[in-house]
Write a protein that binds this ligand. Sequence first.
Ligand SMILES: Nc1ncnc2c1ncn2[C@@H]1O[C@H](COP(=O)(O)OP(=O)(O)OP(=O)(O)O)[C@@H](O)[C@H]1O
Ligand SMILES: [Mg+2]
Length: 259
Amino acid sequence: MSEDVLTGGKINSVTRRGNIVYRTGGPWVPAVHAVLDHLERQGFRHSPKPLGVDDQGREIISFLPGESMIRPWQPVMFTDDALVQATTMLRELHDATHDLILPPETEWRGGPAGKTAGQVIRHGDLGPWNTLWEGERLTGLIDWDFAEPGPPLTDLAQLALYFVPLRGEGHWRECGFPRRPDFQHRVEVICAAYGAFGPAEIVREIVRLQETAMAEITERAAEGRYPWTMFRDNGEVERTSAEVDWLWDTLPDLFPGPS
Ligand SMILES: Nc1ncnc2c1ncn2[C@@H]1O[C@H](COP(=O)(O)OP(=O)(O)OP(=O)(O)O)[C@@H](O)[C@H]1O
Ligand SMILES: [Mg+2]
């Protein structure tokens, strides 16, 4: 049986043969597969099963059902229920990894890092494009390359950034919203579903996350590291900076309170 190319991603080569997916590998795969193994043992239902590495160094994982949520979004994404499903899944991921212990020299895609008290394993690229849906049901969370230890709030802020979405006027239009989304309501739905943080904490963390992302692109691209070189060449720093400006302009009205 030959391999079919799976499109939709921008970073890796991804192919499928039957129920198996092959993705570009790297030094981070052992850590990611240890996390995926742990998640399977914990009964987390949304991650692919890790199946090792092939003779070309590609990671092998199970194929999950569903369609990835690329833009323009499918109708379910405009509902509160989609936000609740995605946030509940994230809470389950964090609860399942809270007590996972990993050695300090563990190699992630971002570099070596241990896991300290209070940290969870973040997915690290929590966009709708990395979630799979069958109609109105969330069936999977894929593309775990950027998983690493971190605070739960950072992952939750990333989910809000991408799922509300809080990335500027052009972006929500591209997602397919017929009119300006009720940003405040959508953030509140996410807060209620996660149950540990308030809207102002999330919005402040989004700004911090975006600023960290810009610094990482600049630093890691200067070291010649892929995919940050591609992010830099594609104008991600400028785009992210514009998103942060929009957030500052838009959110004082939405989230009054100390910043
Ligand atoms: N385990 C899986 N089960 C089902 N489909 C998958 C799986 N992994 C990847 N795919 C499909 O392949 C596409 C690309 O995969 P993936 O997100 O891993 O690529 P990528 O280049 O790493 O993406 P990104 O640009 O988000 O980093 C996905 O949109 C999805 O349709
Ligand atoms: Mg992806």
